[in-house]
Ligand binder design. Structure first.
Ligand SMILES: [Zn+2]
Length: 322
């Protein structure tokens, strides 16, 4: 069974799934700007509405919300969104990478206690009992690493998360930073004993070196090109390059190990992002329709079949949980 925010479902009920998106996301610190950047439920719903209606029109039935706990994950609001739009949402338990996460809490505690044990307890409870008193259970474990390193802080989450994944058979989805540490994450998690079929290494479309991908696949894990539409910012590759590499990996026989998503944020917490014309041009394809409007047609042109695309969007999410 899979924990969605509205209750358990069978993997066969997932349907077409976007495997890494954010209904809401805030960089830790947004909680300190509530005087001006106050959350408004109706405004958030209005912003979310067209995106989810568009996704549903494209046949999307399920969304994995990859928002870490300290980045504004709101289990009861996710439940309301799932009910309002008739879409299945699976939420995460986990913390963000050291550079952009809310690190002070567990760093402070680490002076007195074994934080691996505390993180383990937290994730176990969020998956088996519920998040806070919402009754909503997390359905995936979210882990993240820095550029070019897995810090000691991040290792504590990997160690705890691996134990939880093994104990509960819950999938792990990850964040890699700027196209680095994919193989290292796969190595660490499989060495900790996690079933590679339950591991999806994320943001792999940030690195266009096929050897980096093959080195990650060596561990039997899955790979996600889950930032489709996020191009150029911070040296990110173009979607056209991603389509080409994705197609090559499918043709090499990894069609059952690949995932697609956008890492799109439907509603940003805190103050709205200022409108910068240059940024808007760069982000023109960063939305929940990009895979259907641009990525799939691009893949078809490279000789990938609709069956292979359906495998990625339908069968692979199911087998990640099955
Ligand atoms: Zn994300």
């Amino acid at each position: 069974m899979i924990n969605t925010v509205t209750g358990p479902i069978q993997p066969s009920q997932l349907g077409k799934t976007l495997i890494h998106e954010h209904i809401q996301f805030g960089y830790p610190g947004f909680q300190g700007d509530q005087t001006i950047g106050k959350w408004d439920r109706e405004k958030a719903m209005d912003e979310i509405r067209p995106h989810l209606e568009g996704a549903k029109a494209n046949g999307v039935q399920s969304i994995v919300d990859a928002t870490p706990n300290e980045c504004g994950r709101d289990a009861s609001f996710l439940k309301e969104v799932a009910e309002e739009f008739g879409i299945q949402i699976i939420c995460s338990t986990g913390f963000y990478y050291e550079g952009e996460g809310g690190t002070a809490y567990y760093k402070f505690r680490s002076a007195f206690t074994d934080i691996v044990e505390e993180i383990f307890e937290m994730m176990m409870q969020e998956i088996t009992v519920g998040i806070g008193d919402t009754g909503v259970k997390a359905g995936v474990i979210k882990l993240a690493t820095s550029k070019d390193s897995i810090t000691d802080y991040e290792k504590a989450f990997f160690t705890a998360g691996a134990r939880v994944a093994i104990a509960t058979n819950t999938p792990i989805i990850t964040h890699t930073q700027e196209g680095t540490m994919g193989p290292d994450q796969a190595k660490l998690l499989t060495e900790l004993g996690v079933n590679p079929n339950r591991i999806m290494i994320g943001h792999m479309g940030g690195n266009m070196d096929i050897d980096y991908h093959l080195a990650t696949f060596k561990y039997g894990v899955r790979i996600a090109f889950d930032r489709c539409g996020l191009q150029m910012i911070g040296g990110m590759p173009m979607d056209s390059e991603r389509i080409d590499l994705f197609s090559r990996l499918v043709k090499k026989g990894f069609g059952d190990r690949l995932h697609l998503s956008h890492d799109f944020i439907l509603h940003m917490l805190g103050r709205p992002i200022p409108q910068v014309p240059e940024l808007e041009a760069v982000l023109a394809n960063y939305h929940l329709g990009n895979i259907f409007e641009h990525i799939i047609p691009g893949l078809l042109k490279t000789g990938i079949s609709m069956d292979q695309i359906n495998q990625v969007l339908l069968d692979n999410p199911r087998s990640l949980f099955e």
